[in-house]
Design a protein around this ligand. Structure first.
Ligand code: NAI
Length: 421
């Protein structure tokens, strides 16, 4: 009988037949979601011979929900994601200029899904703008709840903006607002708690998956007390008891270099690497964007703030073939709540044409399977995608960039994957 996943202290208890809510999504959601779920079902069946399965439960959101219930995000949908702990969603459109907050942001905030996790890897055969996409294999942990993205901003000319500017200048002695009369104002909250929980999750992920490093990406040279503090807190986390003997940080390297010289520090770093410790280091955000093009093999797990994470995720996704095939998840690693999602939008121009590529959602589903510890099923999906793409069996978006490829519709591509499992 299908049952709910339960969670105790962040640890999931997954029944053999778990109920998982899904949002079909707007636009191409109807094209990609049903075939994607079929691929996940087939991978589970192949890996576990019926011993483990998922019962999908559709919950309304977006335009479909608006038509049926009059609301874009009914309370019952939020409740379902809370109640069933883990869910998956297709793309949702955000009406522009209607003062409506993005449904995606609402879901993330209501469930406090503090990590936006984006694995970025290349599948052989996928067209890429870089020479060596095979060197890109990163896991981006983007902080999802704070930073300038918290939505605390006030338009120039409003009483709120005027009040804040008056407070800053009259009471705080701020003189750096270049054009005080006409400035809009935004606030950038970055907390110790929020930063540390994100970085802790990133280091745990590196240890669990035996990944070589965690890089803290920040702009602390300019924003010392927000981004700089993020970096400092990150190095503190690396030294927490939980990670004793499992990490070695750039800060430790520098301490050894200062006390015993560079040779001793280099040798400590070399032994840490040889012992399989996770190296915790940091890079300034602008340099990081350059580094990921020049030396992508130097980076593995990335922990970064919300805005940097947004840029970094899309730039890296582009190096391995674009956001159409990049998966994502929003996770609260402390409570266990998680929503896996296609990272692209609703692609209005190709709705119903069979051109939509379901790979982003299928890979997000594979991440969901890994999250439930169904690693064998997830690996079957990765191999099936690799096989299809390396043979040139692809949807229109990739077909147009690959010579000699065979054009497959959304449904045909999903069926190819099932056949490849
Ligand atoms: P988009 O991602 O929908 O489209 C950008 C381009 O990529 C278009 O050329 C589109 O045809 C193509 N594309 C996207 N997904 C594809 C797929 N799976 N297969 C093949 N081609 C694909 O971004 P856009 O046009 O900026 O946004 C459209 C709507 O989607 C907006 O309402 C926006 O708010 C929403 N959106 C929702 C997201 C989410 O739910 N996570 C993320 C991004 C946008």
């Amino acid at each position: 009988m299908a049952e709910k996943i339960s969670v105790n202290d962040g640890i999931l208890n997954v029944p053999d037949d778990a109920i998982i809510p899904f949002i079909e999504g707007d636009g191409i959601g109807a094209d990609i979601t049903p075939p994607s779920l079929k691929v996940l079902d087939a991978a589970l069946a192949k890996a576990y011979n019926g011993a483990k399965k998922i019962t999908w439960l559709e919950v309304p959101a977006g335009e479909k929900a608006e038509r049926e219930t009059g609301e874009f995000l009914p309370d019952s949908t939020l409740e379902a994601f809370r109640d069933y702990v883990v869910g998956i969603k297709g793309p949702l459109m955000t009406p522009v200029g209607k003062g409506m907050r993005s449904l995606n942001v609402q879901l993330r905030q209501k469930l406090d899904l503090f990590t936006c996790l984006r694995p970025v890897r290349w599948f052989e055969g996928v067209p890429s703008p870089v020479k060596h996409p095979e060197k890109v294999n990163m896991h981006i942990f983007r902080e999802n709840t704070e930073d300038i993205y918290a939505g605390i901003e006030f338009m120039s000319g409003t009483p709120e903006a005027d009040k804040i500017k008056k407070f800053l200048m009259d009471e705080m002695g701020v003189t750096q607002i270049r054009f005080p009369e006409s400035s809009s104002i935004g606030i950038k909250p970055v907390s110790e708690e929020g930063s540390k929980r994100l970085i802790r999750a990133a280091i745990r992920h590196a240890i669990k998956h035996q990944l070589p490093s965690v890089t803290l990406v920040h702009k602390g040279n300019i924003m010392k007390f927000t981004e700089g503090a993020f970096m400092r807190w990150g190095y503190e986390v690396a030294l927490e008891d939980e990670f004793a003997g499992q990490t070695f940080s750039w800060m430790q390297y520098q301490d050894i270099a200062a006390e015993q010289g560079k040779d001793a520090a280099n040798s400590a770093m070399a032994s840490a690497k040889a012992a399989g410790k996770v190296i915790v280091k940091d890079v300034i955000a602008d340099a990081f964007l350059q580094e990921t093009l020049l030396h992508p093999e130097e980076y593995s797990v990335i922990a970064t703030l919300n805005l940097n994470g947004d840029y970094v995720s899309d730039q890296l996704a582009a190096t391995v073939g674009g956001i159409g095939i990049s998966p994502g998840a929003n996770i609260n690693y402390n409570s266990g709540y998680a929503i896996f999602e296609a990272t692209h939008g609703t692609a209005p121009a190709i709705i119903g044409t069979g051109k939509a590529n379901p790979t982003s959602l299928i890979l997000s589903g594979a991440m969901l399977l890994e999250y439930l510890d169904y690693t064998e099923a997830a690996n079957l999906i990765y191999a099936a995608i690799e096989k299809a793409v390396s043979k040139g069996y692809v949807t229109a978006d990739l077909h147009s960039q690959m010579e000699g490829a065979t054009l497959r519709s959304t449904e045909q591509f999903a069926q190819d994957l099932i056949d490849n499992l």
